[in-house]
Write a protein that binds this ligand. Sequence first.
Ligand SMILES: C[S@@+](CC[C@H](N)C(=O)[O-])C[C@H]1O[C@@H](n2cnc3c(N)ncnc32)[C@H](O)[C@@H]1O
Length: 221
Amino acid sequence: MPQSVPLWEQPVLRAAAGDTLRPGGFRLTDRAAVRIGLRPGHRVLDVGCGLGATVSRLRSRYGARAYGVEPSPGQLTRAAPGAQIVQADAQRLPFGDATFDAVFCECALSLLPAPERGLEEAHRVLLPHGFLVLSDLHANDDARPEAGSCAQRAIPLAATRVMVQACGFDVVLLEDHSLLLRELAARLILADDGGPRDCGCRERRQLGYYLMIAQKKAQAC
Ligand SMILES: C[S@@+](CC[C@H](N)C(=O)[O-])C[C@H]1O[C@@H](n2cnc3c(N)ncnc32)[C@H](O)[C@@H]1O
């Protein structure tokens, strides 16, 4: 597997994490879905949905009308047939204003070239008082390369919180789930096939993992 293939497109991550390409599998997805009161018929968008595991989960378990956006042709090819996924960039969502009750973004915000643009788009497509559910790695410094792994691109949590608030959201929940990141790192090491990769496991940055739920304020971003 060439080094340039990102970790989330490598078989070793699926071996370690399954189709949920992030720490914790559905644990934080379900926690957030319950916390925001997700109900049958609610419209949900999963941004950077990867293989569409969360889209399927929100449909089958909560009866939500869930859709995903994902730019990578490789991920779209590997996604389950019939998954409700549109090929698009989180920074230019192909949906109208005030379309969704909730937007999920799991382990994808820090990968965006302009995360604040992704937040603005999430804000735009959400209904007033709609929920933004973010889970991602965070770092203790903002020394981020322009491209790289989730570990290299991780944003300091305080900076993410400021960005989210500046985009017109109230943060209603913020939890540390760094243990889930450590568990996945351990599974990745055990699943290691010896191939070259940039999983971030050997990153010198101090990393953690969080769940944030934010609610769109009524007024415009
Ligand atoms: C670590 S994976 C997580 C996938 C999925 N959310 C999950 O948890 O299983 C990150 C995903 O973000 C996607 N991504 C990267 N850049 C993106 C962008 N500009 N817009 C939307 N998604 C993007 C990647 O293609 C990848 O599928």
